[in-house]
Design a protein around this ligand. Structure first.
Ligand SMILES: [Zn+2]
Length: 259
């Protein structure tokens, strides 16, 4: 098992400095007098072109980001106990709500999980150690919510719009360029490790509760999963808490809805 503290240690200062999703991709504005009108027009043109990146292209870039994450983290082999448990508790979830899903475990001792806009869902072994099956399912349901509601789509589109070099990726003959690992690493940091808005998180929590009900899982597990995150939060360093709102408040809100 590998611990990914090193990666987080690199990411955290960047996130702290950025404060906002995608902020690190924003180049400091150059003084107006140093820019020719042509430069300004050119920059404007790129933004307009990037805005036309299709949903299919966005999904393709998410696919590349998923591949990059799988290169950086050890996937549990099919016969590994974590993979076996995850396959069992997500049986019948190859697709859900019109999405094709690819749910796998990382052998990383970290309380974390994420989803990409292409339907990739990864659950870290450290989270699986702390949570029972239905609690893991609720976390997965929440992540599927982010995919279905396209929360990441908007952030990736924004990242592509804000970075001149990346904006070219979406415009070349309407195709999809294979991004370099360094470019993908930057996108992962700015799109995946950034916080969703409070509204997006609330929507995903609601989605998770609906997901649990639709699948016949125990909805109370959503609240107890949040309780566990809240209990873990004291010492800090819980990856899922760095990207998500206060779990105690989320537990309270979910319990109200379950009643
Ligand atoms: Zn979330």
């Amino acid at each position: 098992m590998r611990n990914s503290i090193k990666l987080l240690a690199v990411l955290s200062p960047m996130l702290a400095a950025a404060g906002l999703a995608g902020a690190t991709l924003l180049a400091p504005a150059a003084p107006a007098h140093s820019q020719s009108l042509g430069d300004i027009m050119g920059a404007g043109k790129k933004i307009v072109q990037a805005a036309t990146v299709s949903d299919e292209q966005i999904v393709a870039y998410f696919g590349q980001m998923s591949d990059e994450m799988d290169r950086q983290n050890p996937l549990a082999p099919a016969k590994n106990p974590y993979a076996v448990r995850l396959a069992k508790l997500t049986q019948g979830l190859d697709s859900y709500d019109g999405l094709n899903l690819d749910i796998k475990a990382y052998l990383v001792n970290e309380v974390n999980a994420f989803a990409m806009g292409d339907g990739t869902v990864r659950v870290y072994s450290g989270l699986m150690d702390k949570m029972n099956d239905d609690e893991v399912r609720c976390v997965i349901g929440h992540e599927i919510g982010h995919v279905k509601l396209e929360h990441g789509h908007k952030r990736l589109r924004r990242a592509l719009q804000q970075d001149a070099a990346l904006s070219v990726a979406g415009t070349a003959s309407g195709g999809v360029r294979q991004l370099a690992n360094s470019e993908l690493g930057g996108l992962v940091q700015n799109v995946m490790y950034a916080q969703h808005s409070q509204a997006a998180e609330t929507q995903s929590d609601d989605y998770a509760l609906q997901f649990m009900a639709a699948r016949g899982y125990n909805r109370e597990a959503c609240a107890t999963a949040m309780d566990k995150l809240a209990a873990l939060g004291g010492g800090g360093g819980i990856a899922l808490l760095q990207t998500h709102p206060n779990p105690a408040a989320r537990a309270k809100r979910m319990r109200k809805q379950i009643k």
